[in-house]
Design a protein around this ligand. Structure first.
Ligand code: SAM
Length: 327
């Protein structure tokens, strides 16, 4: 179907990041603050029926890709059931999941069977004590989760590493070797000032241009392409299968090719990760609007998609945490 969701800057919106919960079983230093309790109450969570209805309208409007995220999506019960429901919707041809892998050991196979095609896993350190410091979690569980995902047939798995100066920047080469050995794709991400945790993390900002320089002194990097619908710029390490993506929202923003919006678990449609613009879909949905009205609401929302984020010029602008919008 032709894409009927085009924003005022000519960008076709074909990708929704769907946050199914703002809760998480980890506490990464740059994301949810430790001790944070102000989570969305269950009455406000979109039910699976409500999610299915909204996504079916997006599918009719030309959205093809859905990434399930959070918070940690796997802390919400019965995610494979939701996946199955979304995978049978008209127009939706690509269903993927972002996870910290803590619960993948138990769920990888059910997720694959239900229709998840691609998995991204966040992994900032391969050292158990450091992993615990950054995330408050258990590295072993994550490694077992990754193994289970491989066994279930996910390939390649994309590893996302947020690079932080003085925290894990000495592990860049180790992560490269780990991903070569395991057959994963590796993506480096710059810290973003989202919420006050993200603000503090930008004190540890480490430019990915420097990461690339470091890698070039050790490996031969060849330009590469990889489809995933996202903003990463890819290289391949010569004589290996490893592809490395650089996601540089700070040093080289990619807003001009932005193709996505984010639906939060309480039914707010966020139009840009780095702005506060949003439209409430939950209230009208629960007031009984029909599909035609829902379509119009979404089309009108896209007409207000901001041109770009202002992380560099207005770093304190986005007060919600990444987990609230769906990272
Ligand atoms: N729980 C899932 C996971 O771990 O991938 C999905 C949600 S998590 C919010 C999505 C991604 O956002 C993770 O890769 C995380 O590292 C990243 N993230 C969260 N806060 C960030 C920040 N302030 N700057 C850069 N990346 C951030």
């Amino acid at each position: 179907m032709t894409n009927t969701l085009t924003d005022p800057f000519g960008r076709a919106i074909e990708y929704v990041r769907l946050s199914v919960t703002d809760r998480c079983d980890l506490r990464c230093v740059y994301c949810i603050p430790r001790g944070y309790k102000d989570f969305v109450e269950p009455e406000a969570w979109l039910s699976f029926d409500e999610i299915e209805r909204i996504i079916s309208v997006f599918g009719r409007l030309g959205v093809k890709r859905i990434r399930i995220t959070g918070g940690e999506p796997l802390v919400r019960h019965n995610i494979p059931e939701l996946v199955q429901r979304l995978s049978s919707l008209d127009g939706i041809s690509d269903l993927s999941l972002s996870t910290n892998a803590v619960q993948l050991g138990k769920q990888a196979s059910a997720l694959k069977q239900a229709g998840i095609q691609r998995i991204n896993v966040s992994l900032d350190s391969l050292q158990a004590d450091r992993f615990k410091k950054i995330t408050s979690g258990n590295l072993d569980k994550v490694l077992k989760g990754l193994e289970a995902a491989k066994q279930a047939g996910f390939s390649p798995i994309k590893i996302n590493m947020v690079v932080m100066k003085g925290i894990n920047d000495d592990e860049i080469e180790d992560m490269v070797e780990f991903c070569i050995k395991e057959g994963h794709t590796l993506r480096f991400i710059e810290t973003m000032p989202v919420g006050n945790t993200g603000d503090k993390a930008t004190d540890h900002y480490y430019s990915l241009a420097k990461v690339k320089e470091r890698l070039e002194s050790r490996y031969e990097l060849l330009p590469s392409s990889l489809s995933g619908g996202g903003p990463a710029r890819y290289y391949q390490i010569a004589r290996t299968d490893l592809r490395i993506g650089f996601i540089t929202p700070m040093s080289q923003h990619f807003c001009e090719t932005c193709n996505r919006v984010r639906l939060s678990n309480d039914g707010m449609l966020y139009l840009c990760l780095g702005q506060n613009d949003m439209v409430d879909l939950r209230t009208p949905l629960r007031a009984g609007i029909n599909d035609e009205q829902l379509e119009k609401l979404i089309i009108d929302a896209i007409a207000h998609k901001p041109e770009r984020h202002e992380f560099n010029t207005q770093p304190g602008h986005v007060v919600r945490f990444m987990s609230q919008t769906g990272g």
